[in-house]
Design a protein. Structure first.
Length: 136
C-alpha cells in the first residue's frame, strides 16, 4: 500500500511477479501512526472509495460477524425480538452487498436509503435471473 501524494493505493499481491521490498516508509504512512485495523474495518475485498455511513439491523445471533467485520468498538443498540442496530462506516462495493446476502434476511440496511434501493434492485435482478421462464 504505498502512498503517493497523500493517497493510499491497493495492489493485488497475488498478481505481481516481480516485487522489490523498499526499506523506506513514506511520510504520509508511518508505522507508528497508521492503524491498519481501523483503516480496513469498513472495507470489503479491499475495494477503494469513500467511506459511507450506514445503519444496519441484524439478528443478535450474528453479533460475532459484526464484531469480526467492524471491530468491538461499534455502538450496538438493542431492538425488539432479538434484533440489534449498529451504525458504522463502509466502503460500498459489490463485495459488501455479497457479504450482506450471505446472511439472508438476518441483516438489513436501514440507511442510507440510496443503498437500500441499490441492494433491493440487485436482489430483484438476481431473482429475475432465476425466474422459471429463464430456467427452461
Amino acid at each position: 500500500m504505498p502512498a503517493k501524494e497523500g493517497n493510499i493505493y491497493h495492489y493485488r499481491v497475488d498478481r505481481m511477479d516481480s516485487v522489490t521490498i523498499l526499506g523506506a516508509i513514506t511520510d504520509s504512512i508511518r508505522e507508528d501512526s497508521f492503524d491498519v485495523s481501523s483503516y480496513t474495518s469498513g472495507m470489503f475485498g479491499m475495494y477503494d472509495g469513500d467511506k459511507l455511513p450506514v445503519k444496519l439491523s441484524f439478528h443478535q445471533t450474528l453479533i460475532n460477524y459484526i464484531f469480526d467485520r467492524f471491530g468491538r468498538n461499534v455502538e450496538i443498540v438493542k431492538e425488539e425480538n432479538g434484533w440489534v442496530t449498529v451504525r458504522t462506516e463502509i466502503v460500498k462495493s459489490p463485495v459488501f452487498l455479497g457479504w450482506l446476502l450471505q446472511f439472508g434476511g438476518k441483516i438489513v440496511i436501514n440507511e442510507p436509503l440510496s443503498l437500500v434501493e441499490e441492494f433491493r434492485s440487485l436482489l430483484l435482478d438476481v431473482a429475475d435471473s432465476y425466474a422459471p421462464t429463464t430456467l427452461e
